[in-house]
Write a protein that binds this ligand. Sequence first.
Ligand code: FAD
Ligand code: EPU
Length: 353
Amino acid sequence: MKQSHQISMKPFNSFAVEASADTYVEINHWYELDELDAAQSADAPLLCLGEGSNVLFVDDYPGTVLRIRNQGISVVDEDDEQLVLRVAAGESWHQLVTWSVNHDLWGLENLALIPGSVGAAPIQNIGAYGVELAHCLQSVQVFDRQQSCWLRMSLDEADLSYRDSLFKRDQDQRYLISEVCFCLSKRPEPVLTYPGLIDYLQRHSDREAGREYSSFEIAEAVSAIRRSKLPDPSQLPNAGSFFKNPQVRAAQYHGLKEQYPNIPGFAVDSHDDPYPSEEDSLIKLSAGWLIEQAGWKGHRLGDAGVAPGHALVMVNHGSASGRDIWSLAQAIQSDVHSRFGVSLQPEPRIIGA
Ligand code: FAD
Ligand code: EPU
């Protein structure tokens, strides 16, 4: 276990904002979590960080920042149809996707090029291009700091939904994820529902008529689309979408549509109420559209800004502090609310606000 004090978090967050942690601990093996547990009380402030691509430090962290950097991908079960993989939390997400498509497996290809670690993927049920992690997550191994014991949680217990899970709601960092198990298919299971993905594949591949796309080709297409839309954090520091896409009742959506005929909206399956009345059904709005219509796209206040190419991405043009970015985000939230009556919720974890 590597431990140090008063460490800058700037290299460990994709917004590249300055913040220091009282104590910084790095572990390379899951069993070191037991040692950490012995050294820490369960209610001591602890923040588990993966690659820092979905956090915003608004202040210094007055506790321990822990990075779990264990490695390893192993096959734990297999038949003719599918394969169960156990993957260490510290593995890179995109490298896992690359490993899976190179082995001709199906399930992770639409989630290519999402930054971050495997251990963080269940936290907000990462999703992109028509697929969410819940689609192929089997179970999660966690250390429960409150009970001081190891648990294996099933998909149901982890309670995943759009950009949410039991873990994301756990602000006290009760659970530390050490391993994630995925169930991947050996048979082709392409998901090409996202507008733009099938178009891209048709325009860019010279396949013979009738041949299926491979999971590798789909991952490549998703990566190319992502590179064309989102700023690269190593060039323009950011955390991807800063707000979740808001969900509103159909009645509110119809009211907005009368005023703004071009407003995009997508029907959402409601798990709480599978048979809602028409007016009660949920519609997902596009936060990027609302922010762009309100005039914030490309806006800059000092070094804190909104990406010129994508209104949902807040960026650090150089030396913005977390507080600068958070103040601008709050101004956007309040403007969007006053114009459209819609509340935007941040997607990254805001630390210290
Ligand atoms: P961190 O930012 O380090 O942590 C995020 C949260 O997870 C924190 O609350 C942290 O405490 C917790 N956490 C991390 N590891 C553990 C662990 N082992 N145990 C317990 N808690 C833990 N997300 C999407 O869903 N879809 C996208 O398409 C997408 N695109 C992105 C594009 C860009 C350019 C960027 C910068 C981000 C994007 N994101 C996207 C957000 C981000 O990549 C994901 O949320 C990712 O899973 C975060 O991984 P991380 O290791 O960086 O987590
Ligand atoms: N739009 C605008 N202006 C903009 C950007 C977007 O009007 O500047 C509107 C357009 O109508 C566009 C629509 O928003 O068609 C959707 O845009 P996009 O396809 O880029 O997707 P998104 O809703 O902005 C979501 C996720 C992304 C994910 C993509 C692809 C959320 C909060 N974001 O973005 O996830 O990669 O879809 O599936 O759900 C992330 O979570 O960090 C993230 C990047």
